[in-house]
Design a protein around this ligand. Structure first.
Ligand code: PGA
Length: 246
């Protein structure tokens, strides 16, 4: 069983989501994989109304680590829980680069998500320059170590890990299946070293221009347990080809 999670980013609108959810419920009927979507948080109630009871997990793309307070524009884990959502993306590279999220904040968000019963999808990955300099493993190691700081083995087992090389996100460039495999194997070795969880006890996704034409070969790799899909999740017919690819 694989995990295919859509990251809608700042796309879709209320009207198009109604059709999208209807089509997605239909498309996932015979799907043996786990499918989910992370919607813009303003549409969490829409997702909840449409997807509760369906074969599709849902959640959001970010949250704050505090319960409440003077954090204009932010949402809390409790608010997300009001809508029976399960997933929250944490530390996406767009949050890290465009909104200056630090490793420390990402660590606090992972902790809060787990304490609140949400499944954090922890994103990490190197930039083009870092890969060209041969630093990709070091960067991923540092991002993961900082994100997992002070977490127990039990807590870490609740995280979905998403290797997303920045150079592959939204660019049409995809990591080769060998590159993605290598980095997710590296991720799982690291997590084992940190807390003793075995590779088969950890879920590791690949993200970065996964699409119908490359999903199968990526998803067949032994360390790749699924995908985090941006652009290609926005049309149900494309997303379906991905979650039905294996
Ligand atoms: P992409 O986005 O599939 O559009 O490259 C993936 C992501 O950012 O999670």
């Amino acid at each position: 069983m694989k995990y295919l999670i859509g990251n809608m980013k700042m796309n879709m609108d209320f009207k198009s989501l109604q059709d999208y959810f209807k089509d997605l419920i239909e498309a996932t009927k015979d799907c043996k994989n786990t499918v989910g979507v992370c919607v813009p948080s303003v549409y969490l109630e829409t997702a909840s109304n449409n997807l509760s009871g369906a074969n599709v997990l849902f959640g959001v793309q970010n949250m704050h680590y505090e319960d409440k307070g003077a954090f204009t524009g932010e949402i809390s884990a409790n608010m997300i829980n009001d809508f029976d959502a399960k997933l929250v993306i944490v530390g996406h590279s767009e949050r890290r680069s465009l909104f200056h999220e630090s490793d420390e904040e990402i660590n606090l968000k992972v902790k809060k998500a787990i304490a609140s019963g949400l499944t954090p999808i922890l994103c990490f990955g190197e930039t083009k320059e870092e890969r060209e300099e041969g630093k990709e493993k070091y960067i991923v190691q540092s991002q993961i170590e900082l994100a997992l700081k002070d977490l127990s083995k039990e807590d870490i087992s609740k995280i979905i890990f998403a290797y997303e090389p920045v150079w592959a996100i939204g660019t049409g460039l995809t990591a080769t299946k060998e590159q993605a495999e290598e980095m997710l194997a590296h991720t799982k070795e690291l997590v084992f070293k940190i807390c003793g969880l075995n590779a088969d006890e950890i879920i590791g996704l690949y993200g970065g221009s996964m699409k119908p034409s490359n999903a199968k070969e990526l998803l067949e790799m032994p360390s790749i347990d699924g995908g985090l899909i941006g652009g290609a999740c926005l049309k149900v017919e494309d997303f379906k080809q991905i979650f039905m690819a294996v």
